[in-house]
Ligand binder design. Structure first.
Ligand SMILES: Nc1ncnc2c1ncn2[C@@H]1O[C@H](COP(=O)(O)OP(=O)(O)OP(=O)(O)O)[C@@H](O)[C@H]1O
Ligand SMILES: [Mg+2]
Length: 381
């Protein structure tokens, strides 16, 4: 079975839209597809699919894990497509324990289907990364705004660090080296992944080998959604250059999708756009992406992480916090260097933030004046 997790750094870039419509396109192409909503806490895939009601959910599976997950799969009105609902009651994947996570991954990956499409929540939480790394060919969604592309880059960077962490394990010279690396923020800021791999080799050649092998098998695929201008497509190349140079990752370009106003109408009609208007710009882009995925079907697909390393390690959580911090410090530098983020983009982002601040100040001034007037009037009465 091919596992296709769909993730993003920033929220609202179109993951659920891509997951739902791609699942339908694959099912229409004759593949047996399971679509799973793992955006726990923010589940909305049933709405995008236009499911009239939801029977079972991941939540009920977690409550009674002895039950078969197949019993929770819901028929949809698309032949070949089964749906596994998420659960708005569960406040996010972060709250799953490591054993729940392992069990869920085991059961999901044992399902009998040709494709398992997993809609994930936004962000780089470790559980999201672990689900993303159940496949070597996960999809990372972004849109052309600087914040979204920066977040996509950060997501991939965190995924690469997660691979590094799992390759060295918790004991030995390699683990010690990585631990020191994560605790030295300035070090992480300057060093890039090919160099980390070389240094790891000198500390622990076996871990170095494991890391290279895992990183080589990790071949995420990118979708740039909601573009308005053909020039936006160029941003894909800039992002690919950054991931190549700094993370040693070949990011495969799966396709671009234009912003399509018909999507709003489809949403109101409670139908996935690919069924509502198969000829629309958006649906055609999804069909092209589906074709590309089918053409690459022969590529071997394997889990990048060893399931056993998914543990409750406190150290891992600690390192993650360090990574986030170091990542935030360094990403602007990386992106400016490779041109993913131009100085113009940076100025634009700062300007828009300044604009928001000015608006807030104006509002505050207005409230202050209103308050003063009210107080004045109060006094004069
Ligand atoms: N190409 C597009 N054209 C027009 N509207 C789009 C397009 N892609 C997504 N949208 C709209 O953008 C909104 C966000 O999309 P979606 O819910 O799929 O994002 P998401 O990444 O899953 O968000 P979240 O992080 O909240 O889960 C939705 O209202 C969706 O209909
Ligand atoms: Mg979503």
């Amino acid at each position: 079975m091919h596992i296709v997790p769909v993730a993003s750094g920033k929220g609202g870039v179109g993951k659920s839209l891509v997951a739902a419509n791609l699942a339908i396109a694959l099912a229409q192409a004759g593949k047996r597809v399971v679509l799973a909503d793992l955006d726990l806490g923010g589940s909305n895939l049933h709405l995008i699919l236009g499911m009239p009601s939801v029977t079972g959910s991941i939540g009920s599976f977690l409550d009674s894990p002895k039950d078969q997950i197949t019993a929770l799969l819901q028929q949809t009105d698309v032949p070949n497509l089964l749906f596994l609902a998420g659960d708005a009651e569960i406040p996010g994947l972060a709250n799953l324990t490591a054993s729940q996570k392992r069990l869920l991954i085991r059961r999901l990956t044992a399902l009998d289907a040709d494709y398992l499409i997993i809609d994930l929540g936004a962000g780089t939480g470790q559980t999201t990364l672990d689900f993303f790394l159940t496949s070597s060919h996960g999809i990372i969604c972004t849109n052309p705004t600087p914040t979204a592309t920066v977040s996509a880059y950060l997501f991939l960077k965190n995924a690469a660090f997660r691979i590094l962490q799992s390759a060295v394990g918790t004991r030995g010279a390699g683990a010690k080296y990585v631990k020191e690396l994560f605790s030295d923020r300035s070090g992480l800021r300057q060093i890039y992944l090919p160099q980390i791999a070389r240094e790891l080799d000198t500390h622990d050649s076996e871990a170095g080998l494991r890391f290279r092998r895992a990183l080589r098998s990790f071949q995420p695929r990118l979708i740039m959604n909601m573009i308005d201008d053909p020039k936006d497509a160029e941003k894909v190349n800039r992002l690919r250059r950054s991931t190549q140079q700094y993370l040693d990752l070949d990011l495969l370009h799966l396709g671009v999708i234009y912003r399509d106003e018909l999507q709003d109408t489809a949403l109101r009609a409670r139908l996935p756009i690919i069924r509502y208007k198969p000829g629309s710009v958006l649906s055609q882009a999804i069909y092209r992406i589906c074709e590309k995925i089918l053409q690459m079907e022969e590529d071997t697909d394997e889990s990048v992480l060893d399931l056993e390393v998914i543990n409750d390690s406190f150290e891992a959580a600690e390192a993650e916090a360090e990574q986030d911090f170091a990542g935030k410090l360094s990403y602007i530098e990386d992106l400016l260097d490779t041109g993913t983020l131009s100085t113009g983009d940076l100025i634009e982002t700062v300007k828009s933030q300044q604009h928001e601040i000015t608006q807030l100040r104006r509002q505050l001034d207005l409230y202050r004046k209103k308050l003063l007037t009210a107080v004045d009037q109060g006094f004069s009465i």
